[in-house]
Design a protein around this ligand. Structure first.
Ligand code: ATP
Length: 221
């Protein structure tokens, strides 16, 4: 049974670093990557772009590119259950229920997200639901910055080859072989806010969308 990969994030906005990582995972593991934007948190106005705008930017970034897909399930869940916060663990439970207990399922994250895992809702349950594929990220060292509780939880889970993700449905970690990418969504938002250069950080249709909609304080087209 083949591997299923999901790549969750706020994508506020999706940038070239996100795309590079999704492509590296797709090409290395030879399987489609499903980019999954997070819903807006309930009871708060969206900080940057709202969930629908973030999903539209993802759709533009993906275009017709083979092996990259948009998964709108968190937005749809938020519409069905207004006011209920959307957690990755719920998404993974939903996916697990759909895929059955045996299909290997992986969640793609950057190293900073993996280091923050102990802050995720029901984080220890995640290893029973999915593998993690981890992309290195400048400024986050999986060797030096690992909190002790996370180091203990990760012990014995690292896979040395992607084959190992296929032998079991969940619970292993794989380092993604991909060049380091420095882009971040906060850098994009900050550059727009201060009038600095930002378009090169983004796929062109996403940059056009931001300008057309005046997002993040961008001047119009
Ligand atoms: P922000 O700067 O607002 O925190 P971000 O650039 O980290 O945003 P997210 O949507 O929060 O973007 O990221 C989604 C996922 O992609 C996270 O797991 C994050 O670690 C990962 N990611 C984002 N940018 C990179 C990058 N340049 N290299 C590696 N991983 C990345």
């Amino acid at each position: 049974m083949g591997l299923r990969i999901h790549y969750g994030g706020t994508f506020d906005p999706v940038h070239c670093g996100h795309l590079a990582i999704a492509r590296a995972a797709r090409d290395h593991l030879q399987v489609a990557v499903r980019l999954l934007p997070a819903a807006d948190p309930p009871h708060r106005p969206a900080p940057g772009a709202n969930a629908e705008q973030r999903a539209q930017m993802l759709a533009l970034a993906i275009g017709e590119e083979p092996g990259l897909l948009l998964d709108r399930r968190e937005l749809e869940r938020a519409r069905r259950q207004p006011g209920v916060p959307s957690y990755s663990v719920d998404t993974l439970r939903e996916l697990r229920a759909e895929l059955g207990p045996h299909q290997p399922l992986a969640w793609l994250v950057g190293a900073d997200s993996l280091l923050g895992l102990p802050g995720w809702h029901e984080w220890e349950a995640l290893f029973g639901l999915a593998h993690f594929i981890v992309a290195a990220r400048p400024g986050s060292s999986l060797e030096q910055d690992l909190p002790p509780e996370l180091a203990a939880a990760l012990q014995g889970r690292w896979a040395s080859h992607e084959r190992e993700l296929l032998g079991t449905p969940a619970g292993r970690l794989l380092r993604l072989q991909a060049p380091l990418r420095g882009e971040s969504a906060s850098q994009v938002r900050q550059q727009i806010a201060i009038g600095g250069p930002w378009r090169a950080l983004l796929p062109e249709p996403v940059a056009d969308y931001i300008a057309d909609h005046g997002l993040y304080g961008a001047a119009g087209p």
